[in-house]
Write a protein that binds this ligand. Structure first.
Ligand code: SF4
Ligand code: SF4
Length: 62
């Protein structure tokens, strides 16, 4: 499985990742991206890494 982590300090609140994530586990809280779904459903597809303008995401394979 994969573990996604988000550096919220870098998040500019564009929400691009929320729409792009195929697992629909990302959401916005107070203009910052958060994991709002089941983190265990992350597919490790790295779509979020590709779309984020500010390099907020890192994915680790467990
Ligand atoms: S790696 Fe894919 S499934 Fe996981 S949070 Fe990013 S976009 Fe969503
Ligand atoms: S794409 Fe990056 S900057 Fe935009 S909301 Fe998601 S984490 Fe924040």
């Amino acid at each position: 499985m994969y573990m996604v982590s988000i550096n919220q300090d870098n998040c500019v609140g564009c929400a691009a990742c929320v729409d792009a994530c195929p697992a629909k586990i990302l959401g916005m809280e107070n203009d910052k991206c958060e994991i709002t779904g089941d983190a265990a459903e992350c597919l490790g597809c790295e779509t979020c890494i590709g779309i984020c303008p500010n390099e907020c995401f890192s994915i680790m394979e467990l």
